[in-house]
Write a protein that binds this ligand. Sequence first.
Ligand code: ZN
Length: 282
Amino acid sequence: MDVFPKARMSLQEQIDTVYDSEALPKVACITCDIEMDFGGRIGTTELLETKDHADHLIDFCSEHKTPLTGFVVTKLLDKKLPGINKFRDIELHPHSHTHKTKTYRLESAKEMARCQEEWSKHFGTSATGYRAPQGVMTDSDPDALAQNGFIFNASIFPARRRGVFDYRDLPREPWLWNSGVKEIPFAATEDRSRLTLSTLKLLGKGYWKKKIDTLPNIVVIDTHLHDFATPTAFNALPIPLRIAYSRNKQKGYVLLDWLIGELKQRGYTFDTMNTVATQHLR
Ligand SMILES: [Zn+2]
């Protein structure tokens, strides 16, 4: 009998197989995290209180023929927000139940279970994919995802965000965890820069133009409604975030349009996350 509990394997050690990027088609997914304004930092849900912002993003994606996949904080499903109702028209997956980043690390398995409960209540079915808040993954999450019935997870930035995570030793290509769940990581360039709409706005086209050449074949782009519109309570954000979000503040759509063009030029087609998980990653 083991006297000591078994040491938990690191995330790296729990990788079963990494998909061969060269063997995969070039496919990009535009995803949107549907959550409280600025991830809950300012206590409002203004951007979901009309259907306009959701409408605008959905229309933009259909005009560009780039299907949109949403990751929704499931506690918002009960709130009858017009924006959330609108987003029910697109492919959705849960983005934690509470998005409470302070406690999430200790409660991730509980959050996943709660997401599935809410999913069957609201949609009469199980959710297939999952996204953690702020890219946080604990060593027990690959197992917890499988135990809660998820087929894929889209939570890892294979890059560093100071003080939050450092996943530079994880692959940029999708992989299979030992638990059987597929991981479809966010877009990162060869030098491990995180390409999201927020970092595109922050660093500008000039910074990204060449780096886009080094993206892997499966590219997951993260966006938020606050990349496209500014909640009234913007000034309640801490100053460093206000400065960061002020760069190219009104240019969310212009820059996403530019990025889609750059990806199309490089031969990427666009699909939803479920399609990637079930058809491209076998
Ligand atoms: Zn989030």
